[in-house]
Design a protein around this ligand. Structure first.
Ligand SMILES: *[C@@H]1O[C@H](CO)[C@@H](O)[C@H](O)[C@H]1NC(C)=O
Ligand SMILES: *[C@@H]1O[C@H](CO)[C@@H](O)[C@H](O)[C@H]1NC(C)=O
Ligand SMILES: *[C@@H]1O[C@H](CO)[C@@H](O)[C@H](O)[C@H]1NC(C)=O
Ligand SMILES: *[C@@H]1O[C@H](CO)[C@@H](O)[C@H](O)[C@H]1NC(C)=O
Ligand SMILES: *[C@@H]1O[C@H](CO)[C@@H](O)[C@H](O)[C@H]1NC(C)=O
Ligand SMILES: *[C@@H]1O[C@H](CO)[C@@H](O)[C@H](O)[C@H]1NC(C)=O
Length: 508
């Protein structure tokens, strides 16, 4: 008798707790609803539906052709209540305990939302995306103005993006987003796969071209082809014209990305925007060299960033450092294919750009278009100050050293006198082979480049399929500390005579 009533009390407690938990999760979802509202397809009922299904049977793990044998005998599945029961006592939140199926077909977006909502409330919590599963997840924002600090997103499984146009609404800037967090770590051996080929095929003819393509002239004109000629595909024209970045961090402190791979992004792979304290370590980007606009890592308005020990193969810049970046250290990176490591483009549409204290060191470039490059638009203002490129191995790089202050993504841009001022730009230990032009330094007439220094430059030509050129400099002033190979006689020693004083508004 007493036993029975104890049981029913326990049962009632469990029911009450479950209902409370569900309400609570829903409340968090609702509060964050605006982040997901833009994409039309995630159904609002699926969280409850899925939970119901899970209670009824666990057969969802058997359905669907699983590529790996591991799927055939699924790991023991804990009842879906486990995650909820554990909320007070644990800080681990496994997406499979929140209804994620991980069969690569079921939309697991809602489950990820629910797991995040729970992890968000606990300091030092870990949201787990377990290995051996493939989670189909639509656009999602792991948003944190109300989240506790130091959350870990443990990614050991695979996350794939939807490839149907419907999932992306009329276009969205990022697929997986973490915003307004303090201490966020994404780590593990997992993979984020944007399955971007459906987007690349859709690249319109008027998508921005890399300006430096103009410098690369094939010997045999019959091989000349529009570099971004879209591949004819039955899918063509179906995806929105705005292509998402695969993984973006916005407005956060102490962001770490380590161990993971991002591949085949729709556009940029990994982006940091308005972040302070960024660490990228042991990170891999893998996309084809001809995938359009697929930057590896993009830094913008961010400071105190360390990007190290990573392999980046993509179709655009390996690392791109944009306006507002300071104290950035990039080292031990293998880059290629891709367009190399770039600062800029800066100053587009007469904007002001400020970049300072950038070190790029111990890099291996292989078959990249550019090596290390600074690119600015005519008409901009602001400055780039204190850039150190050192110990960079170039292997069959088309244009190893580039400064382009006439950047233009159309066939022609208007000439303007204003420019982003470049000074204290240092090259040391740039060695290896090139296939087009070893050095191309095109600085602004009104704002010549100052204090450009070079030391231990050894670049040997390899004739591939392009016209080859001697070093080129225009309005470039500074110093050669050692003889260079080939000789760079076009660099003007000293300071420009017409040393234009920057206007006040140009000061950063
Ligand atoms: C790099 O990450 C992988 C997982 O992707 C891990 O297995 C490996 O141990 C890591 N290496 C280092 C040096 O941390
Ligand atoms: C240019 O390439 C085409 C196609 O590969 C070839 O038929 C032609 O002989 C080449 N011309 C020269 C001058 O090498
Ligand atoms: C593209 O391919 C489709 C078949 O996949 C064909 O019907 C269409 O004519 C092709 N378009 C062009 C411009 O070649
Ligand atoms: C970021 O990490 C550093 C070093 O661990 C710490 O001193 C700093 O307080 C952290 N910043 C924030 C905003 O938590
Ligand atoms: C420049 O950046 C490095 C990190 O790359 C940092 O250690 C150093 O303190 C910065 N220098 C200045 C003057 O801020
Ligand atoms: C811009 O200036 C360059 C170099 O002085 C000149 O060759 C070019 O024709 C000018 N372009 C326009 C559009 O005026």
């Amino acid at each position: 008798m007493g036993r029975l009533s104890f049981r029913s009390v326990t049962f009632m407690f469990m029911v009450t707790f479950l209902v409370w938990s569900s309400l609570n999760v829903e409340f968090c979802n609702a509060r964050r609803g605006k982040h997901w509202r833009q994409h039309g397809t995630t159904s609002s009922v699926s969280l409850y539906k899925k939970k119901g299904k899970n209670h009824g049977s666990n057969n969802h793990h058997k359905s669907g052709g699983k590529p790996k044998p591991k799927y055939a005998s699924p790991p023991p599945i804990s009842p879906p209540t486990k995650g909820y029961d554990n909320v007070p006592s644990t800080n681990l939140f496994d997406v499979t305990n929140f209804g994620a199926v991980g069969d690569g077909k079921t939309d697991d977006t809602k489950a990820f939302q629910a797991a995040w909502a729970a992890a968000c409330k606990v300091e030092d919590s870990t949201m787990i995306v377990p290995s051996k599963y493939v989670f189909l997840v639509g656009p999602i924002s792991f948003s944190g103005p109300y989240c506790q600090h130091n959350i870990v997103f443990q990614l050991d499984g695979t996350i794939i993006a939807p490839t149907d146009a419907k999932s992306w609404g009329s276009g969205i800037m990022q697929w997986l987003e973490f915003t307004k967090l303090v201490g966020i770590t994404v780590k593990g051996s997992g993979v984020i796969d944007g399955r971007g080929s459906v987007w690349w095929q859709d690249t319109p003819y008027d998508d921005p071209l890399d300006d430096e393509l103009k410098l690369i002239i094939p010997l045999n004109k019959t091989l000349l082809r529009h570099p971004l000629t879209p591949i004819n595909s039955s899918l063509s024209g179906k995806m929105p014209s705005i292509k998402p970045t695969a993984l973006r961090f916005y407005g956060s402190f102490n962001v770490t990305v380590t161990g993971i791979t991002i591949q085949n992004s729709q556009q940029c792979h990994l982006k940091f925007d308005n972040c302070i304290g960024v660490l990228v370590n042991n990170f891999t980007v893998s996309s084809p060299g001809d995938s359009p606009n697929t930057d590896g890592i993009h830094l913008q308005n961010s400071k105190d960033a360390l990007i190290r020990s990573s392999n980046i193969a993509c179709g655009d810049d390996c690392v791109s450092i944009q306006t507002g970046c300071t104290n950035v250290y990039v080292h031990n990176i293998n880059c290629g294919p891709g367009h190399g490591i770039s600062i800029g483009s800066l100053g587009k549409d007469n904007t002001k750009a400020c970049v300072s204290n950038i070190t790029v060191k111990d890099i291996i470039m292989k078959n990249t278009m550019n090596g290390v490059r600074i690119k600015t638009w005519q008409g901009g203002s602001g400055s780039v100050q204190g850039v150190f490129f050192s110990n960079i191995q170039m292997n069959e790089v088309q244009l190893p050293i580039v400064i382009d202050q006439f950047y233009c993504d159309k066939s022609k841009c208007k000439n303007q006198t204003a420019a982003v001022a470049l000074s204290d730009i240092n090259y040391a230990g740039i060695k290896g082979t090139y296939t087009v032009k070893p050095v191309h330094l095109a600085c602004s007439d009104s704002m010549p480049c100052q204090d450009v220094t070079m030391m231990n430059i050894q670049l040997k030509p390899i004739q591939e399929r392009y016209h080859m050129y001697d070093p080129f400099c225009w309005q470039t002033f500074g110093e050669l500390y050692t003889p260079t190979q080939p000789p760079i006689e076009c660099l003007q020693v000293g300071k420009p005579t017409s040393n234009k004083i920057q206007a006040d508004h140009d000061q950063c």
